[in-house]
Structure formats: structure tokens, C-alpha cells
Design a binder for this molecule. Structure first.
Ligand code: SF4
Length: 351
């Protein structure tokens, strides 16, 4: 009986079509996302539920639902918080200065989980402003990181541009006194074109040595560029509101992959589209947990006989310690401090 069952099973396995999976590395969580999620979990441990979180702590519904189940309450604005004795955590994307001021006015205990690499961009913008420059921000309108960066400076001193056409149309700027900063999660190639457009129109513009695109965005895009041209299809695991995940899908398409899909979970995969594929690349945005990559791999394994190869294009060992208020007091002296970005730390091209 057992022998019959196992021969049926192996017959079934033989019937599955073969599929090569190229798994991008690095993929998934970056150091800023790990820190932000840890911040919420640590706040829940220290202060007990509920702990409020302004905006999705990172752009991933699975992560957000998991934290809700542990006692986090997500709000979009501080005036939705009824109990000001409980802490509120600001998301990894950063917030305008007005939000810090509002928390102070209402005496709300705010814990800032802004990624230190976003904070670095805020400091760059502030430094330019302090030196009397107008600032141009390259980014996507409405994204919380962009809202946060725009909110570091008074209105009128920072201008958002999204396309080279926006650069051409920019008016009312002091051409001899300009600087630029960028969103951290943009496409590397698009940003290069934007910077070229800025330098063409404003030859004296000052900017960072490299764009402000972070290491995690860069590494994930490079891995996709390696894999996308050699596979029939690419899957990017991530949320549709995750900027870096959306960019990974675009990068896959632009690198020559005819079918690139962004999916949150296995149930979102349109299996019909993959039925004739002989190779698929898989990556994950910086806010997508590895458990969802595994879920999708398992769903492929149910339908195909897999041959999995990991393609690694960079090693990552970046770690950011928790926000100060959440560090265990006994260990504080042993932990590296959060990077404090002094003027000399902000690399500015042309100075
Ligand atoms: S994607 Fe980059 S900037 Fe955003 S949280 Fe991660 S490390 Fe920080």
C-alpha cells in the first residue's frame, strides 16, 4: 500500500514541469526596516500595548498586520491618538519637522524610527539651507519619505522635481545658489538622468558625491539587473505602495525581462502567466519579509520541479541600533550611537 502511494507520488513529481529559479541576493529586509520593526516590538515590550505608530511602519501589509496583532495601533495623523500617555513611533520613511513639533505641543512621547539614511538626507537639506542655498529634491510626489524631506525646510526653499521635464520647467530659483538631494529608494538609472538634467540646466548646482540612493536600494537593483536578462519572468515580492519594490519591478522590465510582477503573497501570483516559463527570477523589496519569499517558493514547488540557484551580487552587513529611548540601559555604552550627521559628515560634491 505504502509502495503504491510512493510510486503515485513520484509519478506526480515526474509530471511537474521543470523550472529554474534564480534567487537574488541580497533581497528583502534592509537595516532601516529591521530597525523600525524592532523599534515597535521593543516599545510594546517596554511600554505594553497599545503602542501607536504613525503611518505604516514599513510599506508591507503582512508586517503591519503582524504588529497590529501584537498591539500596535496604526494612525495617519497624531490627532487620531486618544491616549497621549502611550508612545507613538514615527515610521522608517521620516516625518516633516511639524510632526515633531505637534508631538511636543501635545506632550506625546514620540520615538523616531526614521531610517538613519533618510535622516542623513534631511541633514544634507538642512545644511544647504543653512548655507543659503535653495534645495531641489528629486523624488516621487506624495511618498511619505518625500513629504518628510520637504518638511525639513520652510516652504519655498525646497522644490520637488520628478522628471527631466520638471527640471526644464523649474522657475523662480537662484541658479547660482542651488543644491540637490534625492529620495533614497529611486531607480539608480532614472536618478542619473535626473542629475544629468539638473547639471545641464544648472551647471553650478551642488549635490552629494553619490546620489542619496541607499545601499539597500542599490544592491537590490544591481542583483535584479544581473538576473532579469537571463530569465523568462521575474517576481518581486513586496507591496504596491513600496517605492523600492516598484523600482525593482521596473528595473527587471528595463533589463529585458518580458514578464515582471510585483506580488505581496503567493495567492497574488497569476499562475497562468508562468505556465510556459522555464526560468524565473525572484527578489524582494526592502520591506518584504523572507517568510513571504519562502511562501512563494513553496507555491512554485507545488507546481514545478524546482532547480534553485542563489545569485549573490553583494554582501550586506549594515546594522542600525534602536532609537535611543528603546535601548536597554545596561547596554547603552556598548552600543554604537546612531550616526549623528555633523556638517563635515555630509559629503557635498563641489565643495
Ligand atoms: S530602503 Fe534604504 S533608506 Fe529605506 S529604510 Fe531601507 S536602508 Fe533605509
Amino acid at each position: 500500500m505504502q509502495a503504491a502511494a510512493s510510486s503515485e507520488l513520484s509519478a506526480e513529481a515526474q509530471e511537474k514541469p521543470k523550472l529554474r529559479i534564480f534567487l537574488c541576493a541580497p533581497r528583502g529586509f534592509c537595516a532601516g526596516v529591521v530597525r523600525a520593526i524592532d523599534a515597535v516590538e521593543q516599545a510594546l515590550r517596554i511600554y505594553g500595548a497599545p503602542v501607536y505608530v504613525r503611518h505604516e511602519i514599513v510599506h508591507n501589509k503582512y508586517v503591519v498586520e503582524g504588529l497590529k496583532a501584537k498591539g500596535a495601533i496604526f494612525v495617519e495623523e497624531l490627532d487620531e491618538i486618544p491616549d497621549t500617555t502611550k508612545p507613538v513611533i514615527f515610521s522608517a520613511h521620516g516625518v516633516p519637522k511639524s510632526i515633531h513639533a505637534e508631538a511636543q505641543t501635545r506632550n506625546i512621547f514620540a520615538i523616531d524610527a526614521t531610517c538613519p539614511l533618510v535622516t542623513k538626507v534631511h541633514r544634507e537639506a538642512e545644511l544647504h539651507f543653512k548655507r543659503g542655498r535653495q534645495v531641489i529634491l528629486v523624488g516621487h510626489a506624495g511618498h511619505p519619505e518625500v513629504v518628510g524631506t520637504l518638511g525639513q525646510l520652510p516652504k519655498g526653499s525646497i522644490h520637488l522635481v520628478q522628471t527631466p521635464e520638471d527640471v526644464e520647467k523649474l522657475e523662480g530659483v537662484d541658479e547660482s545658489n542651488l543644491a540637490y538631494v534625492t529620495q533614497t529608494t529611486l531607480s539608480i538609472d532614472d536618478t542619473r538622468s535626473m542629475v544629468d538634467a539638473l547639471i545641464r540646466r544648472f551647471p553650478n548646482i551642488i549635490g552629494p558625491h553619490k546620489e542619496d540612493i541607499c545601499y539597500a536600494t542599490t544592491n537590490r537593483q544591481e542583483a535584479v539587473k544581473r538576473i532579469a536578462p537571463i530569465v523568462d519572468a521575474m517576481i518581486v515580492v513586496g507591496s504596491s505602495n513600496s517605492s523600492n519594490s516598484q523600482r525593482l519591478r521596473e528595473v527587471a522590465e528595463r533589463s529585458g525581462c518580458k514578464l515582471a510582477r510585483l506580488v505581496l503573497r503567493a495567492e497574488d501570483v497569476e499562475w497562468d502567466l508562468f505556465k510556459d516559463a522555464s526560468s524565473v527570477g525572484i527578489t524582494a523589496g526592502a520591506s518584504a519579509p523572507e517568510v513571504l519569499v519562502e511562501e512563494i517558493m513553496n507555491a512554485f514547488a507545488e507546481r514545478f520541479e524546482l532547480d534553485v540557484e542563489i545569485v549573490s551580487t553583494a554582501d550586506e552587513s549594515v546594522f542600525f541600533p534602536l532609537p535611543r529611548q528603546l535601548r536597554p540601559s545596561a547596554g547603552v555604552t556598548d552600543l554604537k550611537d546612531l550616526p549623528d550627521f555633523e556638517e563635515e559628515d555630509v559629503e557635498i560634491h563641489g565643495e
